[in-house]
Design a protein around this ligand. Sequence first.
Ligand code: NAP
Ligand code: MG
Length: 405
Amino acid sequence: MQKIKMKTPLVEMDGDEMTRILWQKIKAVLIEPYVELKTEYYDLGLLSRNSTEDQITVDAANATNRLSVAVKCATITPNKQRMEEYPELTRMWKSPNGTIRSILDGTVFRTPIIIDPVKPVVKNWESPITIARHAYGDVYKAVDFATDEPGECRLIFKGRSGQVKDVLVQKVEGPAVWQGTHNLDSSIRSFAKACFSYALDLKQDLWFSAKDTIAKVYDGRFKAIFEEEFENYKADFEKAGIEYFYTLIDDAVARIVRGRGGIIWACKNYDGDVMSDMVSTAFGSLAMMTSVLVSPDGVWEYEAAHGTVTRHYYRYLNGEQVSTNPMATIFAWTGALRKRGELDGTDELVSFADRLEKACFDTLNSGVMTKDLAGLVEPGFKVDVADTDRFLKTVADRYEAIVIS
Ligand code: NAP
Ligand code: MG
């Protein structure tokens, strides 16, 4: 077979632990034999971030802005326990995903990979539901405190011009708790743009939900900015035959549960946090959840939604056979290669991504799957539990069968 050529490189961000091992295997077994892979490589493994004082993460994000498409492996976000595990760490480095997200000003879209043998808990869901979570502000940047005597709390804004806004929150006669939250027009606008451009990319309807009947000014502002931005996308939506609408969060929940899926659901920060766990659990498994960071200017960074699968890594280091599910990481690669192909006009790269994904589905539908999925299949479906290596090899065989046919 002749290898498929790439015009422009992808930004490749390597990562940690079991997913770093998967990364090598996926490239060696599923990509490099078929594609003359061109990447700009950035090692975002913890020790490389440490030795570059995290400059490597910033460089990788800037490269993504320049080249428009990136693929990222899961990475460790150090915590106290990791500081003990890796004594060479000079600092508790920030989450690379957070750093990249703020440089790209992006929104994260998460979509489950669904397969026939694993039915969603919600029986009427036929197609994936993508959740877009706004990742700035609200309760995640709130200040709060408790008081224990009668008194009053006020919300005061002092403008640089000298203008002051001062409102009474509440007068209380006893102990109480208080919270101040905010958001930024600029951040809401970027979120809206990313959602509209991603909906066009996927050719799927976009819903945005909030609670503007209660939070009239706060959520009302979100709704208004979405409406304003939509004016710039309206014609393209009509051309693509897709729809945007706003609805109350409670109505959205009811419609999602009764619907068939196949839509993008844009959520405020907290709603997105909660609803993405609900949707991913109802669809099956974190190991089958893909994730893409989309910037308002059309830059895409693909990854798996799961972490570095630490427990499997230590078993792997012990020489045990592991059955870690590589699906989400494979789909990060196919997502990035397909997007690269679309941007460069290299159709062979687009069909490579399509065929490799089909090979994955064929493999799973034939019953060959990793251990995590074996417990989720419908009763009566015959499973052949494979370790990671045999799973990848089976996908490669299936891919070759598709190419030859
Ligand atoms: P995790 O790596 O997602 O793993 C949690 C558990 O989920 C695993 O122990 C495993 O369960 C199961 N699992 C996840 N992915 C799987 C896969 N592909 N195949 C099979 N089973 C899978 O989450 P974590 O343990 O909370 O975090 C580990 C590290 O990942 C942390 O250092 C965290 O900072 C990092 N992290 C990175 C990202 C990212 O880069 N995007 C995201 C989240 C977490 P069993 O052990 O029961 O088989
Ligand atoms: Mg959560």
